[in-house]
Design a protein around this ligand. Structure first.
Ligand code: SAM
Length: 224
């Protein structure tokens, strides 16, 4: 039996339901809307607006590849060089990702952009385009060795704390804080008070931002 079901979200883009984790991969109000708002606008564009033309991004939870895909499109559009490193314990098979036609819904993208992201090998950095290198790591982020002071942005896209509590506690987040450069940031859709306090106790400065669609808040946490 397959581990995933496909669902349509409020902005017509698809998402997955994981039977293993009993959770959806994106907001049911809109998968592309959420990904664009939380990770691209509040993370990538936040740095791009400051004039950065070279960025290292870490993603927790590669999943459908939607965040990586939107980042690739933005890298081309704004001429930013990006090294993108993503963790994923449960990679999707082709029979699933081929049923998620995000490229048809994102202006300026192609089927090739999308399939290259998925078809590329794991565990080795691959040049998907002239300014987007992708390293997909089929590893549990809790166990993984992560370089210190390497990343400008962390896209923190784990399933919710109610589903995977360990992914929101201080042990992992101290390691992730260490992996950021000074002034680097972590962005996430989750604005729960307990998680906010965990990040503050580690040393982050927290910004509460408007969430996507009907969601009231999201977080951007800055390493100071
Ligand atoms: C909310 S989904 C990610 C959605 C994804 N960013 C997207 O755009 O489709 C969370 C992902 O984290 C993965 N995951 C769960 N536990 C993990 C772990 N300990 N380490 C790495 N990946 C994990 C799940 O398999 C799932 O694909």
């Amino acid at each position: 039996m397959d581990q995933w079901d496909i669902h349509k979200t409020g902005d017509s883009s698809p998402t997955l339901y994981s039977k293993k984790y009993r959770a959806y991969y994106h907001s049911l109000h809109g998968a592309i809307e959420e990904s664009s708002h939380v990770f691209i606008s509040a993370g990538l564009y936040y740095f791009q607006r400051q004039g950065n033309r070279k960025l290292n991004i870490l993603e927790m939870g590669f999943g459908t590849g939607l965040n990586a895909f939107l980042t690739l499109i933005s890298a081309t559009k704004y001429d930013i060089d990006i090294d993108y490193e993503a963790f994923e314990t449960d990679p999707l098979g082709p029979h699933i990702y081929q049923e998620l036609p995000y490229y048809q819904l994102v202006p300026g993208s192609t089927l090739l952009d999308y399939t290259q992201i998925h078809d590329s090998d794991w565990a080795v950095p691959i040049a998907i385009s002239s300014n987007f290198n992708l390293l997909k790591r089929n590893e549990d982020i809790l166990q993984a060795a992560i370089a210190s002071s390497k990343f400008d942005i962390i896209y923190y896209d784990a399933f919710a704390p109610s589903c995977q509590e360990q992914l929101w506690d201080s042990q992992l987040h101290e390691k992730l804080y260490d992996s950021l450069k000074p002034n680097g940031c972590l962005v996430t859709y989750c604005s729960q008070g307990a998680f906010r306090r965990t990040l503050q106790s580690i040393g982050y400065q927290i910004e509460k931002l408007n969430g996507p669609g009907k969601k009231r808040e999201m977080l951007r946490a800055i390493k100071i």
